[in-house]
Design a protein around this ligand. Structure first.
Ligand SMILES: *Cc1c(COP(=O)(O)O)cnc(C)c1O
Length: 405
């Protein structure tokens, strides 16, 4: 299928190019030791990911450890409450550890093992990526250093405990505001000093090349499974596919399966409290081109051109940029990016729980909320939602802030 001169039949061969660019977005804006480290990972990935031993082992892990394939559920009662459009959910909440993040963490850790690395390094904000990576490290018997700001360590005590139980070393970062940005800086610094024995595991389709490509490839299992399952269940393709976008990994995984199909694709960012800078994290909707964390993409900037403070009710979505491939697909017009606020999201969170018996992660509830609006607009047809994770982690916060609705 051709779309705005981009040939989606050969898309995955051509994007990204050899330097890691999706059009003008992507690349690897790093220097010195980190530059050689990225080159080493790129080379290893291209060799190892084509080996039947690696592919076979990853498939076995997905089946026997992660519980894949995850099912698709027909959201019948929710659909009926809205009209005639039929809503479906790809159940990444049923993946081990409760979200899609394990898909790329197991891939990255398996790559580390094949490269002979001893340690996994990463940062975490809310702790979801840290827990998924600590799980992968435990599975493979690798060391694991997770950098986390002191503020987040206090806020996310259960996830800190999980990481420690899984054997990871949680490194407290006290600099600056002591949240995610400082944790990223500290983790990168530690990695640049220790890249011979360790590997940096990025938590989404962001960061320098090869990570946006690698994480997409590991997540594409979501879209590949979903396409086959959906056609098997209904005999046709969905009319629309919807996923939440923070860095953009669950969305890229889902979209990969449908880019070459006549399917409308929607990436949904958090509009938070509203459209004022600082009240949302809708970078693709309101941002401009810029480089941060080693890659060129669309980002939200403050007056000084630095990454702007962002907000969302979903801590997994409050990142001031998104993966370069999303910026590219936005410009190409292949994927539509829109945003939805806290209020609609919380409403969808309770509706999905009450009508379907599925408590979603607040991140995933953004996609559900948008799909509900879309269903009303469409009038007929079908919508497939990527339900990226389960809501257990959000219970305390929801009850404290919103009570039981
Ligand atoms: C981390 C997270 C997200 C956001 O990350 P992406 O890379 O944009 O997918 C979405 N949903 C859940 C459940 C998460 O844990």
């Amino acid at each position: 299928m051709k779309y705005n001169n981009i040939d989606f039949d050969t898309y995955f061969k051509n994007y990204p190019n050899a330097e890691g660019y999706f059009g003008k977005y992507g690349g690897a804006y790093v220097e010195g030791g980190l530059k050689s480290a990225m080159e080493e990972i790129t080379e290893a990935y291209f060799t190892i990911c084509k080996s039947t031993r690696f592919i076979g082992e990853l498939r076995r892990i997905r089946r026997e450890f992660q519980g894949r394939p995850t099912p698709i559920s027909h959201l019948e009662r929710l659909s009926t409450s809205l009209g005639n459009v039929q809503l479906y959910a790809k159940r990444e909440d049923l993946n081990h550890t409760g979200a899609h993040k394990l898909n790329h963490c197991m891939g990255e850790a398996l790559l580390a093992k094949y490269m002979g690395k001893k340690k996994l390094i990463a940062e975490t904000g809310a702790g979801q990526h840290g827990v998924a990576l600590a799980t992968a490290a435990a599975y493979f018997g690798l060391e694991c250093d997770i950098y986390m700001g002191s503020v987040d360590i206090k806020k996310q005590a259960p996830n800190v405990a999980r990481m420690k139980i899984l054997g990871a070393n949680v490194v407290e970062v006290k600099e600056g505001l002591a949240t995610l940005k400082e944790a990223v800086d500290a983790a990168f610094l530690a990695y640049s000093r220790d890249y011979k024995d360790s590997i940096y595991c990025i938590g989404s389709v962001v960061g320098p090349h090869p990570f946006p490509m690698m994480v997409r490839d590991f997540q594409s299992v979501v879209g590949i499974e979903a396409r086959e399952q959906f056609v098997g269940m209904t005999g046709e393709l969905p009319d629309a596919v919807v996923a939440s976008v923070g860095g953009g990994s669950n969305a890229m995984g889902m979209f990969s399966g449908f880019l070459n199909d006549p399917v409308d694709i929607y990436g949904i960012e958090p509009l938070g409290r509203g459209a004022t800078l600082g009240d949302h994290a809708a970078s693709l909707k309101y941002g401009t081109e810029g480089v941060m964390h080693g890659f060129n993409s669309i980002m939200l900037k403050d007056e000084a051109g630095e990454p702007a403070p962002v907000y969302s009710v979903a801590s997994g979505l409050d990142y001031p940029s998104s993966g370069p491939e999303h910026a590219f697909l936005r410009d190409a017009g292949r994927v539509r990016y829109d945003a939805i606020g806290d209020e609609e999201t919380i409403d969808a969170f309770f509706k999905l729980s009450r009508l379907e018996g599925i408590i979603p992660a607040i991140e995933s509830a953004h996609a559900v909320a948008y799909a509900m609006q879309l269903a009303k607009k469409m009038g007929r047809g079908s919508v497939l939602i990527c339900l990226s994770g389960r809501g257990d982690k959000d219970m305390d916060y929801i009850i404290e802030k919103y009570g039981i609705r």
